[in-house]
Design a protein around this ligand. Structure first.
Ligand SMILES: N[C@@H](CCC(=O)N[C@@H](CS)C(=O)NCC(=O)O)C(=O)O
Length: 217
């Protein structure tokens, strides 16, 4: 399976971690919305990453890809069976993809990704504005995180989506300042699937910085 995107995106990381948890082999294909290749555009007509291709089937959107992967590769499952836990897992995925990611991207882009990868000036005012919106979301998350185990009881899409978003935020903010969140993130980082994607992300960033591939030509 090919995943189009760049792994500093919370949405791209989310699908990479899901695929790794399910043991699905993925080729990460570099794709930037401002320089779309025909293959990326075919999979993601609105130029958003991630998108995927498996055989002749293409699909954009991290949550759509998550549910595709879960239907096709059901083990381990992404969602709990119990109604309340399932509902909360879907809510926390949505929380990550909207409320948390809006501020995460503003912080990470303006403090790290823009300057380091795209050759843009650091924009502290924009980052500070995004950070101010991140703190209420991080306070909410700290209340949701259990002292032990996973966000909705069993490990689920919620953990993957929220942790993926926090990793993007970590490029510009200490996401381990809140103790329950820090301990839960440590549990995530101990998972082999998470570590596999973190290694891929580090190598991809180092390669992009060395080659200047994402800088305007
Ligand atoms: N709901 C989408 C959001 C995807 C998204 O916003 N991706 C960003 C990167 S983090 C993007 O491609 N932005 C390009 C643009 O807005 O032009 C998903 O879950 O995949």
């Amino acid at each position: 399976m090919q995943i189009f995107g760049f792994p500093t995106s919370p949405f791209v990381r989310k699908v990479l971690v899901i695929a790794a948890e399910k043991g699905v082999d993925v080729e990460l294909v570099d794709a930037t919305p401002h320089k779309p290749t025909p293959e990326f555009l075919a999979a993601s007509p609105f130029r958003m990453m991630p998108a995927m291709q498996e055989g002749t089937f293409t699909l954009p959107d991290s949550t759509a890809i998550a549910f595709y992967l879960d239907a096709k590769y059901p083990d381990p499952p992404l969602l709990p069976d119990a109604a309340e836990a399932r509902g909360r897992a879907i809510w926390l995925d949505e929380f990550a993809d909207t409320i948390l990611s809006n501020s995460a991207r503003g912080v990470a882009f303006n403090r790290y990704i823009g300057p380091a990868l795209l050759g843009l000036p650091r924009n502290d005012a924009a980052a500070d504005e995004a950070e101010a919106k991140a703190h209420p979301a991080l306070d909410y998350l700290e209340e949701q995180v259990p002292a032990d185990g996973w966000l909705v009881g069993e490990y689920s899409l919620a953990d993957i989506a929220v942790a993926s978003c926090l990793k993007t935020l970590s490029y510009g903010l200490d996401v381990k300042a809140r103790p329950r969140t820090a301990a839960w993130l440590a549990r995530m980082e101990a998972r082999p699937a998470w570590a596999q994607v973190a290694d891929l992300e580090r190598d991809t960033i180092e390669g992009a910085i060395a080659s200047g591939a994402h800088r305007p030509s």
